[in-house]
Each structure stands twice: as C-alpha cells, then as structure tokens.
Ligand binder design. Structure first.
Ligand SMILES: *[C@@H]1O[C@H](CO)[C@@H](O)[C@H](O)[C@H]1NC(C)=O
Length: 306
C-alpha cells in the first residue's frame, strides 16, 4: 500500500516537472485511471502562443533590433537591423529565436557581426554560439518589457479556450517554440495566472530538442496528455507551425494575419483557415462535434472557414 502511494506520488511529481509553468487541473487529476477505459476517449485543443494567443511578431522584431543596437552589431560598417518584410521571411522560414539569428548570419549575410566595443566577429562555432546566447538573453528581457506594456489576447482566443477548459473531455495546452521566460510572461499577461494554471500541458522551446517545423513539440504534447494525435486539434498562425502539426498527424486550424493571408495553407494540409477566431465566430462545437459524429477526419469549421 505504502509503495503504491510512493509510486503514484512520483508519477505526479514527474508530471509537474514536465509541465512546470502550468499545472494539471483538478478536473483531470481527480480521475481514476481504472475508470478511463469506460469513459469516452479524450480530445485535445493545442494553442501555439506567438501569433495565435497574441500577435507578437512586431514586438519580437522590435526587441531583436533593440538588442542588436545595444550590442552594436555590425557587419562591416552596416548595423544589423531586421525590417518588417525581412522578419516575415524569417518567421516563415525558421522556428525559434536563436535559429533565426543563426539563419540570418549563416544563410542571409554569410558572416557573423562584430559586437560590443568593437569586439571582432566570432570565428569559432563556440564563439558564435556564445554571441547568439547572449543576444537571445538580452532580447528576451527587452521583449518581456514590451509584453508587459502592450500584450493583449487576439479576439476569440480566451472565449474558445474557456469553452475547452469547461469541457471534461477536452485537454487544453500551449505549445510554443519560444523560451520559457518569454512565454510565461506572455501567458501571465494575456491568460492570467488562474486560466494558465488550468492548462493540461505547456511545452516550450526549451523543453524539446527540435523546434517547429519538426513535429516533436506536438508529438510530445500528445504523449504527455495521452491523447491520440488524430484527436488533437492545433491552432497555428504560420507555415512553420502548420508543418509541425501535420507532421505529428494532427488537425490544424490557421488564424492568419495580414502578413500571412496570402500563404497557401490549404496546400499544406490546413483543416480550416480563419482571420480571427472571434471575427469568424469559431466555437468549440464547430471543431469537435463533426469529429465526434463522423470520426477524427471529419470536415471541421463548416461555413466559417475561408
Ligand atoms: C541554411 O544554409 C545551410 C547550409 O547551406 C543549409 O543546410 C540550410 O538548409 C539553410 N537553412 C534554411 C532554413 O534554408
């Protein structure tokens, strides 16, 4: 008896470590696993954070440029600065901030910049990594300041999340390529601490070894939730995120912005594209009722998707 208690506690503790910025809601923690075979198999609704819960693209861009300026990054005499149009390209090419910087210096400019007080450009992979790590740390701090000032949830997101949280049969999570420090701040400001702690899973860039478009983050979410990927619905805003969701075998809804409205999301397997969840009038029923009625491949968002 004592042993069983210890094992159960260890399993619980492990769950808390794995989802350290959100906690299992009592609605699921109270369940007896022995009963689960007789209850309906669960579904999951997984939200990307940046671009879906809030439009962060511009805030990220401003924070990178502020960090580049503080570090006095220069290639030759040219200061490093990312334009709106170029940041769109980065956003649709590589997931994660460090990867964006590596991509910029390796693929776009072909050389790393000099930095503070005329420090020469890094010459070894270790020096490159060190510069990128320090830039990312500073950018994250600057970004958190911007979020605290300006963050607000996109229309309809909180309403849909609350409907899902109120449904006993739907697990709810956030899967973001951003770092824990950045996402925690965003979720605190936009969702509030109480709603955030009801989430069944939060998986962040720091938690997985491969970032989107690799499907690992969503594969990991399905495993931790113990939900069949075919019964998981992801809400994303980008090609990179769509590829990650489809690679994990999940359904994927796209909420687009003016910078992504012309992407051909349907060609890559998107299951429904809307400008905003709120303006399109997306409800939980429009997503999950067809799946419950006609199976996990059923057409969703009938009549509201583009
Ligand atoms: C960046 O360049 C490297 C080396 O040429 C290449 O392997 C990689 O695929 C490029 N990255 C992207 C995202 O295009």
């Amino acid at each position: 008896m004592k042993l069983a208690v210890v094992v159960a506690f260890a399993a619980l503790a492990e769950g808390f470590v794995a989802t350290s910025i959100c906690h299992h809601h009592p609605r699921h923690a109270a369940r007896d696993p022995a009963l689960s075979a007789s209850t309906e198999s669960p579904y999951a609704l997984l939200f990307d954070c940046d671009g879906v819960i809030i439009e962060t693209e511009e805030l990220h861009r401003l924070a990178y440029n502020a960090a580049f300026k503080e570090f006095n990054l220069k290639i030759g005499d040219e200061p490093v600065e990312w334009s709106v149009a170029y940041y769109d390209v980065l956003q649709n090419t590589v997931g994660g901030g460090k990867n964006k910087m590596f991509f910029h210096f390796r693929n776009t400019t072909g050389s790393f910049p000099s930095s503070e007080d005329g420090r020469p450009a890094p010459t070894t992979p270790e020096e490159e990594q060190d510069l990128i790590d320090r830039l990312q740390a500073r950018k994250t701090d600057l970004y958190k300041d911007l979020i605290a000032e300006k963050a607000q949830a996109r229309p309809g997101v909180l309403e849909l999340m609350d409907q899902a949280l109120a449904d006993e049969n739907i697990r709810v999570g956030v899967c973001s390529a951003s770092t824990k420090a950045a996402v925690t701040k965003v979720l605190d400001v936009t969702l509030g601490a109480e709603r955030r702690q009801k989430l069944d899973v939060c998986i962040l860039g720091d938690d997985v070894s491969k970032l989107k478009p690799d499907p690992l983050i969503y594969v990991t979410a399905a495993e931790r939730l113990n939900v069949d990927p075919a019964r998981c619905v992801v809400i994303e805003d980008s090609i990179v995120g769509l590829k990650a969701a489809k690679g994990a075998g999940m359904r994927c809804i796209i909420t687009y912005t003016t910078s992504t409205e012309n992407e051909d999301f349907y060609a890559l397997g998107c299951d429904g594209k809307v400008p905003e969840l709120g303006s399109a009038g997306v409800t939980l029923e429009m997503i999950f009722e067809p799946m419950k009625r006609d199976g996990p491949d059923a057409e969703i968002l009938v009549g509201v998707k583009d």
